[in-house]
Design a binder for this molecule. Structure first.
Ligand SMILES: Nc1ncnc2c1ncn2[C@@H]1O[C@H](COP(=O)(O)OP(=O)(O)OP(=O)(O)O)[C@@H](O)[C@H]1O
Length: 922
């Protein structure tokens, strides 16, 4: 009976084999029995990977399995108990800490008095005096004084450590499910940036908080995913500081990121880049990148005055903590623009406008915090961009710290009074119902008890965590030593890790099977990428496919290399779109967002739309998920079930990309277009060219002296400047391709790489050339055409020497002349007498000059001063004087035409924006 059943079963399997193969390979038409037979034959011929197990072997392995499974399930039970205990402790700690912070106040106001700086002259009188750790005295006149009370007062000698120790508990509560805001407020020049950013030797709140976040996240029982964003609010506009802007930064009409709110009250900034960071160093480097792009200017009060509000957002997503209100919590660290009395600063024009905008938004912030403190029914969030952004991070379920900075100088007394007035307003609740001494004492005792409790819980937590780690180790050991055959995959007692491990093995086997099968199949029978995607086989075998290159990839044609435009699809309903021309494919990643991959690029970039923490319905934040390659595996295992950050670009690559070839973005409709250059191939070439040029310049430098001798011997007047001009022209045309990027990298000065690699910029080249200055006598030749010129010169030499002596003597004379010439030139070839070279160069000089001028008109305008200072003869060119050229004008016209045509055709709707065509034209 059983035998019959087995026979029937195997017959059924063979009958359904065609279907199985079809579904595996994604063939559209049904397969013929003949085809199935041949495939079955191939399968039979495949070498068996597993040794056939005899009945005894099965028995023994089954016995072993049972024991191992029992061990595993015991460990798992223990782990479950310990984890439950740890969660309990976490909850207790969170409650205690929250209670402690509540007693301290959800909105806490600290005051920091700046010390007198070394270069400041001020008398002996000190108008601001810190009485104790929470009281401050302001002396107006001889007998006019006012007391101010704060949660904490930092006297001028307070260190960064002291400040951060007060901030740290709030950072902890960010990991416990609260949104956090830390503000630095104060008159310009009072030390806001010093407190927030600090100096390399005394880091401020931002670096310390970032470090603490990553450290504390490891301590928690939960896994966190951190993303980093940085923006500034400049004159009412929001700007992403991680993406350098195309247009002039001081122009208030430039791109302003829109703020979106979901029905549950969550706020998101549309299109703000959020980069996944896995450790403190990555966050620090991104912060450095953003800081360089911040708007600062010199004012009467501060040489590097911040002219905007700078906001750093670190989002911590924790998917396995259902007890929390939200999955994602935000930590905002805000270096506010300096409040200033415009009459005193005598600001004019733009500085005046900036000052006004800063003051207005600060006043709006004061109103909002005051309304929250007084629990007013209406909170005026909408009065400024700053308060709109921070709407969900101020108020209930949030912790706020306001660090008010004051100057110790008598001159600044008026500003100090204003700042302290603001701080008092923000702290209004405490002032309104000032507590009696007894109440204060009771509170103090309660807070101490709570702190003690938190410490005890911490201790217990550490012990439990240690036990969990031990058990995990044990489990890992058992799983690793256990080599169960694949048949037992369905065993329900297997641990998650073990199951995962086996699934991996199974996937690999399927992959191997497909690989082996595909290699034996005729080409027409092999699956296409499309069919793999449809059947899902691609996921299993993509790695192998990539490695073995069974299916040749479609290559982008050369013309599209420059056209790397990616449109971030905002709308989730856009499921799939591909652009062959670009070589990009768009696909959905498990409904959590869209991803884009570029096959041919060496530094692939993938976009992920993170799931909205508060489940925003319509639009979602566009984020670029960037992970370090080291952390890929770890992150992958952490987030596969919830979020799938695609790791194709490390933070290093992102930073390098920003530095070498700044990524420009623009908004088209509701889409953000990020023009991502393909730096690798082109850049390598360009770098090589650049190096050649620099080495040429060096050679020229070296041969200068030798040539002076040569020049004298020739006795002719040499067109030095023109040769220099020619050389520079050659230089520029060589740089032409990369000119724009080099220029932008030199002007943006985005150098975030600590190791200082790849510091190429046109200004470097220019300075290299400027160092050569004027008397460059000979050409350095190393190209094919140059070698032809060398031959020409040799002929000339022959003619010159032809009259002298016999044939052997002539040969010797030529050889010696050539040797002298090469010795003089160092590594390169020096060719041609000055006059001859001049003759060769001169006819093409005008052409080259105008080429250079055309190029400069478009791209080199920014370095004009550099050229001028080096006394180069380029100033004479009318194109340069006008700072425009035919190329520029034509380029602009074509751009306009293209844009018009694009709009007309509606091409932008499929994601090929202006940048793409602009890229094509370059
Ligand atoms: N506590 C401090 N200890 C030592 N130096 C300080 C301190 N606070 C500020 N400074 C110094 O004072 C100067 C001005 O500080 P900072 O630039 O941080 O002011 P700011 O409030 O951010 O100004 P702005 O609003 O114009 O940007 C800096 O040179 C800084 O190093």
């Amino acid at each position: 009976m059983e035998e019959t059943f087995q026979r029937n079963h195997s017959r059924k399997s063979i009958q359904s084999l065609s279907e199985t193969i079809r579904s595996l390979l994604g063939f559209k038409s049904h397969l013929t029995p003949g085809w199935v037979d041949s495939v079955c034959k191939i399968i039979k011929e495949l070498p068996s990977e597993k040794p056939s197990a005899g009945p005894n072997m099965v028995d023994s392995s089954e016995g072993k399995d049972t024991k191992v499974d029992a061990d595993i399930s015991k460990i798992q039970d223990d782990l479950t108990v310990l984890n439950a205990h740890l969660n309990q402790l976490n909850l207790q700690r969170r409650k205690a800490l929250n209670h402690f912070l509540d007693l301290k106040g959800n909105i806490r106001v600290f005051c920091r008095i700046r010390p007198i700086l070394a270069d400041e002259k001020c008398g002996s009188s000190r108008p601001v005096v810190a009485l104790d750790s929470s009281n401050l005295l302001l002396k107006f006149a001889e007998n006019k004084r006012k007391h101010y009370s704060f949660d904490k007062v930092f006297h001028p000698g307070s260190s960064q450590d002291e400040v951060f120790s007060e901030v740290e508990p709030v950072i902890k509560s960010a990991l416990d499910g609260y949104n956090v805001c830390i503000f630095a407020y104060g008159q310009t020049g009072t030390g806001k940036t010093f407190t927030m950013e600090g100096k390399p030797d005394c880091p401020g709140v931002i670096p310390r908080a970032m470090e603490a976040l990553f450290k504390q996240a490891l301590d928690t029982n939960h896994k966190h995913l951190f993303t980093f964003s940085m923006l500034e609010i400049y004159m009412g506009s929001l700007r992403d500081l991680l993406v350098p802007q195309n247009s002039k930064r001081t122009d208030p009409t430039t791109q302003c990121l829109p703020i979106k709110m979901d029905p549950s009250g969550g706020v998101e900034i549309d299109n703000l880049v959020a980069i996944t960071v896995s450790d403190f160093n990555q966050a620090k480097r991104l912060y450095k990148l953003g800081s360089r792009l911040r708007s600062t200017a010199s004012t009467n009060s501060n040489v590097t005055s911040s002219r905007s509000h700078c906001l750093i957002r670190i989002s911590a997503t924790c998917s396995d903590a259902p007890e929390r209100r939200r999955e994602t919590n935000k930590v905002w660290m805000v270096d506010l623009g300096g409040s200033e009395r415009l009459l005193k600063t005598k600001a004019r024009g733009r500085r005046l406008e900036e000052g006004k905008a800063i003051n207005l938004s600060l006043s709006a912030l004061g109103d909002v915090i005051n309304a929250l403190q007084r629990k007013k029914p209406h909170v005026p969030y909408r009065n400024s961009k700053l308060t709109q952004i921070l709407r969900d991070s101020l108020g209930e379920d949030s912790k706020t710290i306001m660090l008010v900075h004051v100057s110790p100088k008598e001159d600044d007394l008026c500003e100090t009074v204003c700042s302290l007035g603001f701080a008092s307003r923000v702290r209004s609740v405490h002032l309104a119902c000032e507590e009696s001494t007894e109440v204060k004492a009771e509170k103090e005792v309660a807070m101490n008890d709570l702190l003690h409790k938190v410490k005890n819980i911490e201790y217990d937590r550490q012990n439990v965590r240690r036990d969990i780690e031990k058990l995990n180790e044990k489990l890992k050991h058992i799983t690793e030593t256990d080599t169960l055959p694949d048949e037992n995959l369905e065993d329900p007692h297997l641990s998650h890790d073990k199951t995962h491990c086996r699934m991996e093995r199974k996937k690999k086997n399927v992959g191997n099977f497909i690989e082996a099968l595909s290699s034996r199949l005729p080409r027409f029978m092999r699956p296409t990428i499309c069919s793999q995607q449809k059947t899902g086989v691609e996921h299993q075998s993509s790695e192998i496919t990539r490695k073995t290159e069974l299916i040749p990839r479609r290559r982008r044609n050369a013309s599209s290399v420059r056209a790397e435009s990616v449109t971030f699809p905002i709308n989730r309903s856009q499921s799939e779109c591909g652009s062959d021309a670009l070589g990009f494919t768009w696909k959905h990643s498990k409904g959590y967002g869209s991803e884009c991959s570029h096959e041919a690029s060496e530094c692939d970039i993938k976009m992920v739309i993170f799931p909205e923490p508060e489940k925003s319905s319509g639009n979602s934040v566009c984020s670029i998920s960037v992970c370090s390659h080291d952390s890929i595996n770890e992150s992958e295992s952490r987030w596969t079930d919830k979020i799938e950050p695609e790791k194709h670009l490390s933070v290093d690559n992102w930073l390098r990309l920003q530095k070498d070839e700044p990524t420009s973005t623009s908004i088209h409709g509701n889409k953000r277009v990020l023009a991502i250059p393909l730096p690798q191939k082109r850049h390598k070439q360009d770098k090589h060219k650049h190096e050649t040029i620099v080495s040429k310049a060096k050679i020229l430098h070296r041969v200068r002296d030798a040539d002076t001798v040569n020049k004298k011997s020739q006795g002719s007047e040499f067109a030095e400047k023109e040769l220099c001009d020619h050389y520079l022209t050659e230089q520029i045309s060589a740089c032409g391709m990369i000119g724009s990027s080099l220029i932008s990298s030199s002007t943006n000065a985005v150098d975030v790489n600590d190791d200082g690699c790849d510091q190429i910029s046109t200004s470097d080249v220019v300075s290299e050339l400027a160092s050569l200055n004027n008397d460059i006598p000979l050409m350095v030749l190393n190209t094919e055409t140059d070698k032809e010129r060398e031959e020409l010169y040799e002929t000339e030499l022959r003619n010159e020497i032809s009259g002298e002596g016999d044939q052997a003597g002539q040969k010797e004379a030529i050889a010696s002349k050539r040797t002298v010439m090469r010795e003089n030139s160092g590594d390169g070839y020096l060719c041609g007498s000055p006059q001859q070279i001049e003759n060769v160069v001169k006819p093409s000089l005008h052409l080259m000059r105008s080429q250079r001028a055309l190029f400069m008109a478009k791209n080199f305008a920014v370095t004009e001063t550099a050229w001028n200072t080096s006394d180069m003869p380029f100033n004479e060119s009318p194109e340069i004087q006008q700072n425009t050229g035919i190329c520029g004008i034509v380029g602009e016209r074509v751009e306009v035409l293209y844009t018009g045509a694009l709009l007309g055709l509606g091409i932008q709707s499929i994601g090929l924006g202006h940048d793409f065509f602009h890229g094509l034209m370059l």
